[in-house]
Design a protein around this ligand. Structure first.
Ligand code: FAD
Length: 484
C-alpha cells in the first residue's frame, strides 16, 4: 500500500532518470511531485520550444518515432486524469481532443466515459509533458547529455547482486544516484551497461516483420469534423491508417512487409505516396478535393518488434538493484496496436509507487515493480505477439486480415460482432484500450458466453468485403512516369 499522502515518508533518495521521452518524463514528473529530487538526462538537445508547432518542427534523433503516426489509447487518458490531471487539461487547452473508442450502443453504461482515445500529435503530447516537468522545482532536466554506462558494485547486504549507484556521462563526469530509472527507448544500451557489471539481461524478441512509411499533411480548417476521423484498412500486403492530430494535422501511415522492396522504394517517393493514399479506400477521401499541404517528407521506420527484457531470475529474485528499466527499454510491443506510450506511462507510475512503498528496501522495491509489470504490462506483450501471429488486428476487419487462419478468423469474427453486440463491444473496447487484461475478460461470465458463441461460428460474422487494390494494381497506380 502506498502511504495515504502518495508522497515519500523518509528522506527520498536522488533519482536519476535516463531518457526524456514519454516514459522518462512521466517517471520524473511522478517522482518529483512525490518529493524525490530527480535529475533527468536526455541525449537530444531539446531547447525550450514556444508551442506545439515548434515541437512538431524539431527533430528528435533519439526518438525518431515521434514523427510517426501515434494513436493514444483510452488507458493513457485514464492515467493522466488520475495522476496528472493538469497535463490532461493543458493538452485539451492546446487543441487536443478526445474521441469515443466504442460504438454508440444508445444506452450509456458506467465506465463508458473512460472509453475515449486522445487525438494529439506525439510531438505535442511530449511537449506538454515536458513543460510540466520543467516547471517542477525538484526536477533538474539536463538535455544534450548522453549516458554512457552505469556505476555500481555488490554490497555486503546485497547477497551478491550488483547495486547501481550512478551513471557515467559522455563528458566524462559521473552522476551519483540512489536509484537509476532507464527509459532509454527501443535502442538504448541497457544490456551493455549492465553486462559490463556481469549482470545478464535476457530478452525475447519477436519481429513484426513490418516497416512504417508515414507522412504528415495539414487539413483545411474544419474539414476533420465532417470526415470519418480514424481510417484504417488491411489489404494483406499493406496495412494503412490515417489519424488526425491537433493543429488540423493528419498523418497517414502505410505499413508494409519490410522485405517488400518494390513497394518500399515506390512509397518512399512523396508523389507516389500521395497517389497510394488516393488509391486506398478511407485515406482517399482526404484527397478528394485536391492535394493536401504536406508537412515534411515520407518518413520510413523499420525494426518494429515485440521485445521483453527480464530483470528478475526464474524465482523472481532481482538480478540488479537500484536500477529499473521502464517503457520500451523494458517491454516493446508492435506499434501497430498503439500501446507503447500507455505502457510506458503505466510503468513510470508503477516504479514510482514501488519507490514510495519500499523506501528502504531496494530488493522489495524491484520485486514490487517487476511484479506490477508482469501483471499490467506483460499481458500486452503476449497479446501483441499472438495478434501478430494471427494477423487479426482490427485493421483486418476492413480487409483480408486473418485470411484462412482459423484462429484469426475467430478473432476477426469477434471484432465484427463487437459493432452490434454491446457486451462484446464494450469488452473488446476495454481490452483494446488496455483497460481490461485478457484475464479480466476471462472473469466476465456473460461476456465469455457471448464470445464463445461468436467464435464457434465465425462464418456467421463475415468480415465486410474490401474494395482496395491488389498489390500489383497499387504498384501500377503509383508507377513513376519512367516505369511505364
Ligand atoms: C513507428 C512507431 C509507431 C508508434 N506508434 C505508437 C502509437 O500509435 N501509440 C503508442 O502509444 N505508441 C506508439 N509507438 C511506441 C512509442 O513511441 C514508444 O512506446 C514510447 O515512445 C516509449 O517511450 P520511452 O520513454 O520508453 O522511449 P522513447 O520515447 O523512445 O524515449 C527514449 C529517450 O531516451 C533518450 N536516450 C536514449 N539513450 C540515451 C542515453 N544513453 N542517454 C540519454 N538519453 C538517452 C532518447 O534520446 C529518447 O528521448 C510507436 C513506436 C514506433 C517505433
Amino acid at each position: 500500500m502506498l502511504p495515504e499522502s502518495g508522497v515519500a515518508e523518509s528522506a527520498p533518495e536522488r533519482v536519476v532518470v535516463v531518457g526524456g521521452g514519454v516514459g522518462g518524463l512521466a517517471a520524473a514528473l511522478a517522482l518529483g511531485r512525490a518529493g524525490y529530487p530527480v535529475v533527468l538526462l536526455e541525449a537530444d538537445p531539446l531547447p525550450i520550444l514556444a508551442d506545439a508547432e515548434a515541437a512538431f518542427a524539431a527533430e528528435r534523433k533519439g526518438a525518431p518515432q515521434v514523427h510517426q503516426t501515434h494513436g493514444f489509447l483510452a488507458r493513457i487518458v485514464v492515467e493522466l486524469r488520475e495522476r496528472f490531471p493538469d497535463v490532461l487539461e493543458t493538452l485539451l487547452a492546446s487543441g487536443c481532443t478526445t474521441m469515443p473508442a466504442v460504438a454508440d450502443f444508445g444506452d450509456v453504461e458506467p465506465g463508458d466515459s473512460d472509453l475515449a482515445a486522445l487525438i494529439v500529435r506525439r510531438t505535442t503530447f511530449e511537449w506538454v509533458l515536458r513543460q510540466a516537468v520543467v516547471a517542477e522545482p525538484l526536477i533538474e532536466m539536463r538535455t544534450d547529455v548522453r549516458v554512457t554506462g552505469v556505476t555500481g558494485a555488490t554490497q555486503p547486504w546485497s547477497d551478491g547482486v550488483v547495486v547501481v549507484d550512478g551513471v557515467e556521462l559522455n563528458d566524462g563526469s559521473h552522476q551519483p544516484a540512489g536509484v537509476v530509472i532507464a527509459s532509454t527507448g527501443r535502442r538504448g544500451a541497457i544490456p551493455e551497461w549492465l553486462g559490463a557489471h556481469g549482470v545478464d539481461v535476457p530478452e525475447t524478441i519477436v519481429e513484426s516483420g513490418l516497416m512504417y512509411l508515414s507522412r504528415w499533411y495539414r487539413l483545411p480548417e474544419g474539414s476533420f469534423s465532417v470526415l470519418d476521423p480514424k481510417l484504417m484498412g488491411d489489404l494483406g500486403f499493406v496495412k494503412y491508417i490515417a489519424v488526425p492530430g491537433d493543429g488540423n494535422t493528419l498523418s497517414v501511415t502505410l505499413a508494409i512487409k519490410a522485405e517488400d522492396r518494390d513497394l518500399r522504394v515506390a512509397l518512399s517517393d512523396p508523389d507516389r505516396f500521395e497517389l497510394a493514399c488516393r488509391a486506398l479506400p478511407g485515406p482517399d477521401q482526404f484527397f478528394a478535393s485536391g492535394s493536401l499541404e504536406p508537412c515534411g517528407p515520407v518518413r520510413p521506420m523499420g525494426g518494429l518488434l515485440n521485445r521483453i527484457r527480464r530483470f528478475v531470475d526464474d524465482d523472481g529474485r532481482p538480478t540488479v538493484l537500484g536500477f529499473h528499466a521502464i517503457g520500451d527499454a523494458h517491454t516493446c510491443t508492435n506499434p501497430l496496436y498503439g500501446r507503447g506510450c500507455s505502457l510506458a506511462i503505466v510503468q513510470a507510475l508503477l516504479v514510482t509507487d514501488a519507490l514510495i512503498e519500499h523506501p528502504d528496501d531496494p530488493s522489495e522495491r524491484a520485486r514490487s515493480y517487476e511484479n506490477g509489470s508482469r501483471r499490467e504490462v506483460e499481458p500486452w506483450y503476449e497479446v501483441s505477439v499472438q495478434m501478430d501471429e494471427l494477423g487479426a488486428d482490427p485493421a483486418g476487419l476492413a480487409g483480408i486480415g486473418p485470411g484462412d487462419n482459423p484462429g484469426g478468423k475467430a478473432v476477426a469474427a469477434l471484432f465484427v460482432a463487437a459493432a452490434t453486440d454491446p457486451i462484446i463491444g464494450r469488452g473488446l473496447a476495454r481490452f483494446w484500450n488496455l483497460l481490461a487484461t485478457p484475464r479480466d475478460l476471462m472473469s466476465d461470465g456473460e461476456l465469455l458466453t457471448r464470445m464463445a458463441a461468436v467464435m464457434a461460428d465465425p462464418d456467421a460474422y463475415p468480415v465486410p468485403p474490401h474494395n482496395g487494390p491488389s498489390r500489383v494494381e497499387l504498384l501500377e497506380a503509383i508507377a513513376a512516369p519512367t516505369d511505364n
